[in-house]
Ligand binder design. Sequence first.
Ligand code: SF4
Length: 611
Amino acid sequence: MDPSRSSRFARLSPAAANVAWHASRLLSAWSSHRSRPSPTWAPGPLPKSHERTAPPLGLPRRTQSLCPQCNREAVNAVLAGARTVAEFREDPGLIEAHIVEESGRVVMRKDCARHGSYEDVLSTDPAFFRRMESLYVGHDFTCTDDEAVHNHGAASIETGRGLALIVDLTNRCNLKCSPCFMDANHAPYVHELSMDHVKRIFERARSFKPQREFNILFAGGEPTIAQNFLDAVSYAWSAGFKRICVVTNGIRLGQEDDFAARMRAAGVHQVYLQLDGTSNEAHRYRGAANLFDVKRRALENIARAGMMANLQVAVMKSVNNDSVGDVVRFAVENINKVRSVLFQPIMFAGRDALVSDDDRRARRYTLADVAHDLRGQTTAFEWLPLRDWFPTSAYSVFANLFDNMHPESAIGSIYSDVHPGRGVFSPLLVNQKTKQAVPIASFVNVDRLLRDVTAIADDGGAAALMKARLALSVARNFDARRAPAGITLASLWPILERLDIRYKSDAPNWSEQDNMDAEWRLLIVAASWFQDLFGYDLSTERMDATPVATVEGEIAFSAYNAAGWRQIVEHQHQTASLAEWHQHHGRHRIYAHGKLIPMTPTVEAGQRTTA
Ligand code: SF4
């Protein structure tokens, strides 16, 4: 950090910053006719905000959806050899759907001429739903030269690069949870990616524009038990990918104290650690008796290896939604080890695809429910759904700013155009020493800050000018009277300075830098809703931000996991029958029926303990 710039920034009063901000806008308007930067990684010039596009939003609206029953029949016909994949691509069970507000909820309704009517709840708070849509940032680019990557009929991805590329290494797992949207350990065959598949997947990922940064999420099943796990990570690293993450239940990381270090050495940047609550009881429905103990040990090992964890929480109403506040408190307590909390409301797919209507209604949990439950379960600070939550895409105004500041970059900053009904987040600041936590929007006018950043990028100019205007905007939107003791404009400076590390990974030792933070650390609490067939909206699939990279190209997450593509791809590209696999590799251990997961004793600070 440059101390002189920091102290100049700290001395700015909101009033002076406001005057300077308006003066800078006038000056920028004078030069705003200049041509837009056209980076080599993009299919065209960087669009201004009014040139970005969006899917149909607002209520009521129509969209394309699927009939769950027709889709199942179409998938089964392909698996039985009665239909071709090309026929499935053309018609996976398409029907029209209506999204309407009624009785204080947002619902999807659809009718199939053969199978009758379906209704599902998309939101339990129409005001929250509307606010997220009103702050949607939009698509910057349509994909080009992507015929070999996106060719999946009505669900084909059309825009953007996405936040993450999921690489499922295996359909095997060392748990047998219910629910499990990918139905691990159930198919009569094993599907594991070979190294040739892995190489082809990463070549394809680089084959089309826009070429932006994205996170690679090695997943499964349980990726850490896949035969090629560490080799696949090493390959991705050697191919120049730096944002390499692993989505895991943490068993191997908890059982083998050196495994996190081996992952780190292979190139893993961060870990997405499944966590459903803060007790063994909260995890009991997954089958093993001591999962929380194992995950705590895994978290220690992840941190010791120099990585951060993102806690990934599957949430079901009436099952574990009373634990969401506990998970955030756990994250705050462990802020030196935890980067974010990602709540994932249940997706009725895989083992839960045939859920009854009554059970679905009882367990359905929406993004608005996450925000409201956290408000109700948090007493340490006020956490307001309509003030403190934003669509995930809001994150991208900064990506757009950095792209305008650095058009010479070989690839664009990480940019999310995720649908506002599919991803939301709330940024908190947490003090690493005192564990004080506070929503940023409680003392920063975030809505206006987002508008300012959009204006700075639209106005353009030299990078130094844009950076100075960003500082002015933060200063004019910071309310010292509402900020808790200990947070000053000066304490925001290190966070501001480090923002570009979040968006671009080209700095030397980027991973080490990204895994460190100053005294006040940003904790992102987010929620992602992956659609199942009941509330399926094809317009959101075509802009999916977390596609699954497969032998058959990159497929929108829910099209893959809920609408049949996973079964078709894994069936067609199976590695071996289960019997053949067991003959060559033996059976992998599965912890179920209340089994205790064994852990080795560990030596810590001179004391031998057994978790
Ligand atoms: S950990 Fe559970 S939910 Fe995840 S893949 Fe394994 S069985 Fe499925």
